[in-house]
Design a protein around this ligand. Structure first.
Ligand code: SAM
Length: 381
């Protein structure tokens, strides 16, 4: 797989030093998630867990207890502080690159608009606190960051560059997993209208455009800078998407508008109540027989106790306030409360489709044939 950023009309330019710096961060991330992280797992499995079992005469099965015995170990401290540092260096690297060319990029976004799809912004929209007040995953300014400019694409550009370091150039990998899941489990699905909720800059959305070229594709997000960037990106790639700035908890679409309602890694960035509202909105928006698929990282119940400890670090050290509460939520019950019949909604695994190394320290033993995948909430109306 190439490490070169995927090229499109909005791709920021990079000088020699910026290419080198980005590559250094990418390699550092890879080392962290493949080597350092595996070292911590081995240390837990071979040393910490057996010592605990010997001393306490019982196995370590509780994630809070894992934290208690792991957190003060020097190797673990080194791992966790390195993880936080790499995250901060990653965003700083990206931000310096974007800020030096932001006015040009804002202008470029206007110039790329050739009216293929559409962009509808709502300056009066009240952005929910769980987005507006959080620099999520330590991304400075969060999804709404606009550098004080009215027509800014800042947060969209920053997210695009940052996420490419997470995915190591595997563009839209989440959407690819969802498509593979839909094609395998709903082979007769021929959607006329699709809604992607929490689309950010449309990385997954454009995968749906490729996979279902006859469908009318809508994508909503609350963050205007991400939508501006995503719209311009889609136009530059010749993809027709209707982007609108809306809260997925209560959109303006009519009842029974869509054959498919999708989201990718939206759930864990919303509050418990917001996610319940989004499930109810998904149900309202589906046509009878329509399919909802919301993909995210797996629930605590689907992963081993060491991975649960790793997941918890996202809440503790990476500004992901809802990460852990979402993992413990009863999603089946939430789908039923949202209106889905009990025998028409379930939790499943959508396999990874390609090398998603950034996520591969979380193993779902026994739950997925390959041991790697996304947790999906599926509902049929
Ligand atoms: C992790 S990103 C999603 C990534 C994207 N789906 C992809 O596959 O690349 C989460 C996005 O959800 C948006 N978001 C959070 N809460 C929302 C809500 N209630 N309605 C619409 N968008 C929301 C955020 O602004 C952010 O852009």
């Amino acid at each position: 797989m190439s490490n070169r950023p995927f090229q499109h009309g909005m791709t920021p330019s990079q000088n020699h030093d910026e290419v080198a710096r980005e590559e250094a961060v990418r390699v550092m991330r890879f080392h962290l998630y493949s080597q350092v992280s595996q070292g911590t797992r081995a240390y837990f499995t071979n040393v910490v867990a057996p010592e605990f079992a010997k001393a306490e005469q019982r196995p370590l099965t509780d994630r809070a207890e894992v934290r208690r015995v792991m957190e003060d170990k020097p190797y673990v401290k080194f791992h966790l502080s390195l993880q936080r540092s790499v995250q901060e260096v990653m965003w700083n690297t990206v931000i310096e690159n974007i800020e030096r060319q932001l006015p040009e990029m804002n202008g470029r976004a206007h110039a790329l608009d050739r009216g293929l799809g559409s962009l509808s912004l709502d300056p009066a929209l009240e952005v929910p606190r769980y987005v507006a007040n959080v620099d999520i995953h330590c991304m400075p300014g969060g999804y709404g960051y606009d550098a004080g400019l009215d027509d800014s694409v800042a947060a969209g550009a920053i997210y695009d560059r940052g996420i490419s370091m997470y995915g190591r150039g595997s563009e839209g990998f989440l959407g690819q997993s969802v498509i593979a899941y839909l094609k395998k489990n709903f082979p007769n699905l021929r959607p006329a209208k699709i809604l992607d909720m929490g689309c950010t800059i449309g990385l997954s959305t454009l995968r749906y455009a490729e996979a279902f070229p006859d469908a009318e594709l809508h994508a909503v997000d609350v963050a205007a800078p991400c939508l501006r960037y995503g719209h311009a990106r889609a136009e530059s790639l010749g993809r027709k998407v209707h982007y609108s700035q809306q809260n997925a908890e209560r959109t303006s679409f009519a009842d029974a508008s869509f054959d498919v309602v999708i989201s990718t890694i939206l759930a864990h960035e919303t509050s418990t109540q917001a996610w319940k509202n989004i499930l109810a909105e998904s149900h309202r928006l589906l046509k009878p027989g329509g399919v909802m698929v919301h993909a995210d990282l797996p629930q605590f119940a689907d992963i081993d106790v060491y991975s649960q400890f790793l997941f918890g670090n996202e809440t503790k050290f990476n500004n992901e306030p809802f990460w852990s509460t979402f993992r413990a939520m009863d999603l089946k019950q939430a789908m039923i409360e949202a209106g889905f019949a009990s025998d028409q909604c379930y939790l499943d695994i959508a396999e990874h489709t390609d090398a998603q190394q950034g996520m591969r320290n979380t193993k779902m033993a026994g739950k997925s044939p390959t041991g790697f995948g996304w947790g999906v909430q599926v509902g049929i109306k």
